[in-house]
Write a protein that binds this ligand. Structure first.
Ligand code: GSH
Length: 215
């Protein structure tokens, strides 16, 4: 990749950038090297709130995908879907309408019902950004996570190796990105869910996970 045409502004560990990084690594492992240079924005130094980054994304968040014409996409799922559409060879998307619907459904469940609360949990329990601990909020979030975690545990009961079947899906990337954030603070919210634990171990053996996940 001599002159990458696009840039992904990201920061390791943060869940939303990690979701996109895992997606890009899954595509690479499946044979499609996307022409994207990854550029770290140092959030610990507040670089994501400085004018240079705000010019890319007025919301001051990561990830941001900068395209060849200098325009930006600032939502992780929109970035992944754009890459799916633009580079369809070997994309993670399911061809079958029913399977695609189920895959999207799983991605939304994981992102909205698990990933977002898990990030809030991490900040309430032991924020890597130094936010004050809020044990009551952490306990309430943990309670709210039980139903969606049960949903995943039940979905895996049919023996599927990954969250939506035999192939990696965006839901796997989203879930693992959140779990890495949880592992960073030595937290484990799986409880007595052997299917989820087995899925977690299995996913983390994948080349994409080995390449991206550091915790
Ligand atoms: N909905 C956005 C959320 C992006 C987001 O909140 N990213 C976090 C990192 S995981 C961030 O940049 N946080 C810094 C901040 O909000 O100041 C997406 O899916 O990309």
């Amino acid at each position: 990749m001599s002159d990458p045409a696009m840039k992904l502004y990201m920061v390791p560990l943060a869940p939303n950038p990690t979701k996109v990084m895992l997606y890009i690594a899954e595509r690479a492992a499946a044979g499609t090297e996307l022409p994207i240079e990854q550029v770290v924005v140092n959030t610990l130094k507040g670089r994501h709130k400085e004018p240079e980054h705000l010019a890319r994304n007025p919301f001051g968040t990561l990830p941001v995908l900068e395209r060849e014409d200098g325009s930006h996409l600032v939502e992780s799922l929109a970035i992944v879907e754009y890459l799916e559409d633009r580079f369809p060879d070997g994309a993670l998307r399911e061809a079958d309408v029913e399977r695609r619907a189920r895959s999207r459904d799983m991605e939304r469940i994981v992102d909205l019902r698990i990933a977002a609360p898990m990030s809030n949990y991490v900040h309430a329990a032991k924020s890597p950004l130094g936010l004050p601990p809020d044990p009551a909020a952490a306990a309430a979030i943990e309670k709210g996570l039980q139903a969606p975690l049960d949903y995943l545990e039940a979905a895996l009961e049919d023996g599927r190796p990954l969250l939506t079947g035999a192939r990696a899906a965006i839901a796997d990337c989203t879930m693992q990105a959140s779990l890495q954030f949880l592992r960073f603070i030595d937290a484990d919210l799986f409880g007595d869910r052997p299917n989820l634990r087995a899925w977690d171990a299995r996913y983390r053996e994948r080349p994409a996970a080995q390449a991206v996940l550091k915790w």
